[in-house]
Design a binder for this molecule. Structure first.
Ligand SMILES: CC(=O)c1c[nH]c2ccccc12
Length: 116
């Protein structure tokens, strides 16, 4: 039945976001960058992204596949690499999240094709 097909996808998407967020130990990506604290952020970043936004998008069924999720994850990482210079903790954290996240996303994608 349809609900059988939908459930694994939503469960898989949620567990993938949770696994990705676990790697953000400094919680740098937990919430949107605060524009009041960082007024020049919008001059560099046209499409902000963070884990809380990804979770709301997940809950509103904005993600139909792992690759939809991967698009926002990659956006979040590249925003950080662009805004923060190479010698910052934030830039290094984005590189680390990108590498650790890659393995998590590859595993999720494999599970997806198996459940159909
Ligand atoms: C993810 C990110 O770039 C940031 C997360 N928190 C910040 C505070 C100031 C400037 C950038 C950030």
């Amino acid at each position: 039945a349809l609900e059988m097909q939908l459930t694994p996808m939503l469960v898989l998407l949620r567990s993938t976001v949770e696994q990705l967020q676990e790697k953000d130990t400094a919680q740098i990506f937990a919430e949107p960058v605060n524009i009041k604290e960082v007024p020049d952020y919008p001059e560099f970043i046209s499409q902000p992204m963070d884990f809380s936004t990804m979770r709301s998008k997940l809950d509103s069924h904005a993600y139909r596949s792992i690759s939809d999720l991967e698009t926002d994850f990659n956006l979040m990482v590249s925003n950080c690499l662009l805004y923060n210079s190479k010698d910052t903790v934030f830039h290094r954290a984005a590189l680390r999240l990108r590498d650790l996240g890659g393995a998590i996303l590859r595993h999720a994608q494999r599970q997806c094709t198996n459940t159909g």
